[in-house]
Design a protein around this ligand. Structure first.
Ligand SMILES: Cc1ncc(COP(=O)(O)O)c(C=O)c1O
Length: 499
């Protein structure tokens, strides 16, 4: 992967640490304008114990700090749940109005000023989705949910034989991926020892070098049927070299699938050009489709073909045509649209990823994803990535500068920006996390914790600003100082360790 120099390394403290610097960076980036597309909860909204935004007339009552209730919160948690696009409410209302006023006709009838008929929503979302993951529109489909899609894809792509039966995942794979791979083995009566995990060479760093990944795959090459890896590792934020690893697997005759939960909408990928066999993702993190919303999957053109072959008849059967396609678990929504409602019980898969669909998708979910995709259409993944590289580099530099001292934490996300996306994971010194988290949450910061000591901080390029990062650092580092002082008081030592 190419190297990228952090543009803020040489910036003097007097500039870099100032609020004015962050404000200037925001002002000179044209993509800063996209923030208004999102509903940013205020600090008061987050503190409000009742659902929904804080009402004006209750503002201030019984809150920790009534003065900043109206200030936008510092939401750096798009790697877990993306914020709500403003247009989602309007789109969902349109869906509700259609359902209320048209009932079942909403499936079929094009409506002036409305969205496409629900029956066509899967096709309507293809083009924009394809742009985000670097695919042909026919190679992607919005359907089901991430783990369900991984299973569906593995049911088609994991075909163990007596020679090739192992599945390789990474050692810290997200539990759902781990369970999915484990249960696929069990489903095929293959012992769990056939699940190979790629673990980092040392215990104190989650980083997996590409060389190490390739060497583990090579080591098991003759007996491996499938490699299933994350595009971006959820814990460390490491962005794997999808292209190189895919090429390596293919050179050894191994199928490779990617879990893009933390990569989609975060970093540009080129699934078609990189010859990825299959991939699946969720639409609720960087995609901002809403909690638990419908996911998406990719099947490379090479695997999605549906071909007709003439079969010459015999005494029992006339000449007829037979369809050849990749075997899969099927449902009616994967079958040809023009004959779907004839109820003939003859599965005619739609060519490409759509042929992997099972059920008619939730139109509510699709509508929400449509709203999110329409926000992405205001820019491109390349432009977003350029902003993200700067934003994350700024966060990194701010984290590294801590009162001219060694910080009480270390960054465990790769320092090379081409090996990470928007997320930086921070490993705090033991015993600090709970106090730091308590302090920052009290001050309107939302990040994600992974016990015992890790905070994951994700400046999402669509809606986070340099100003957000500045405010985060000020509050986070103060939280660290206070947590250390507390530890010192509890142990009878001063913060610098002297008795
Ligand atoms: C990397 C990864 N894989 C799988 C999942 C599970 O996703 P779902 O619950 O949508 O199946 C998640 C959820 O956050 C995830 O981060």
């Amino acid at each position: 992967m190419p190297q990228y120099a952090n543009p803020y390394v040489a910036t003097k403290d007097a500039d870099l640490l100032s609020e004015a610097f962050a404000r200037t960076e925001d002002a000179r980036d044209p993509l800063s304008k996209l923030r208004v597309e999102f509903v940013i909860p205020t600090k008061g909204d987050l503190r409000n114990k009742r659902y929904g935004p804080l009402e004006k007339n209750t503002r201030g009552a019984g809150h920790v700090s009534p003065n900043d209730d109206n200030e936008e919160s510092i939401y750096l948690c798009g790697n877990s749940l993306g914020l709500q696009p403003r247009r989602t409410r309007e789109y969902v209302n349109r869906y509700l109005d259609t359902w209320a006023s048209k009932g079942v006709f909403g499936h079929f009838k094009p409506l002036d000023g409305g969205h496409p008929p629900w029956l066509d929503l899967d096709d309507a979302l293809k083009e924009q989705t394809a742009k985000i993951v670097g695919a042909l529109p026919s190679e992607v489909v919005v359907m089901e949910t991430l783990t369900a899609n991984l299973h569906l894809l593995m049911s088609s792509f994991y075909k163990p034989t007596s020679e090739r039966y192992k599945i390789i995942i990474e050692g810290k794979a997200f539990p759902s991926d781990h369970y999915a791979a484990q249960s696929q083995l069990a489903h095929h009566n293959i012992p769990s020892s056939a699940l190979i995990t790629i673990t980092p060479p040392s215990d104190d760093s989650p980083y997996l070098t590409t060389e190490h990944i390739l060497s583990v795959i090579s080591q098991h090459n003759a007996s491996t049927a499938l490699v299933l890896l994350p595009g971006i590792q959820f814990y460390s934020g490491q962005f794997f070299d999808i292209e190189l690893i895919t090429r390596h697997c293919h050179s050894l005759g191994i199928i490779v699938g990617w879990d893009l939960a933390h990569a989609v909408g975060n970093v540009p990928v080129k699934l078609h050009d990189w010859n990825v066999d299959f991939a699946a993702w969720c639409n609720y993190k960087y995609m901002n489709g809403g909690p638990g919303v419908i996911g998406g999957l990719f099947v490379h053109d090479n695997h999605g073909k549906v071909e007709k072959a003439q079969v010459v008849g015999n005494a029992e059967h006339n000449n007829h045509t037979q369809l050849h396609y990749r075997p899969r678990l099927s449902g009616w929504w994967g079958s040809d649209k023009s004959s779907r409602f004839r109820m003939e019980n003859e599965f005619v898969p739609i060519p490409g990823a759509s042929g992997f669909q099972l059920s008619n998708p939730s139109a509510l979910d699709m509508t929400s994803v449509m709203a999110s995709l329409d926000v992405f259409s205001l820019t491109s993944m390349e432009a977003l990535r350029a902003r993200s590289l700067r934003l994350t580099a700024y966060l990194e530099q701010r984290l590294l500068r801590y009162d001219n001292k060694t910080p009480p934490y270390k960054i465990i996300t790769p320092a090379n920006p081409f090996e990470r996306g928007a997320q930086i994971s921070v490993l705090l010194n033991p015993g600090l996390l709970d106090h730091v988290l308590h302090y920052i949450e009290k001050h309107g910061v939302v990040v994600d914790e992974r016990k015992p000591d890790v905070l994951r901080v994700a400046p999402t390029p669509l809606y986070n600003s340099f100003w957000d990062v500045h405010r985060f650092i000020v509050i986070f580092q103060e939280g660290c100082r206070r947590a250390i002082a507390r530890q010192g008081n509890a142990s009878g030592k001063t913060p610098n360790g002297a008795a």
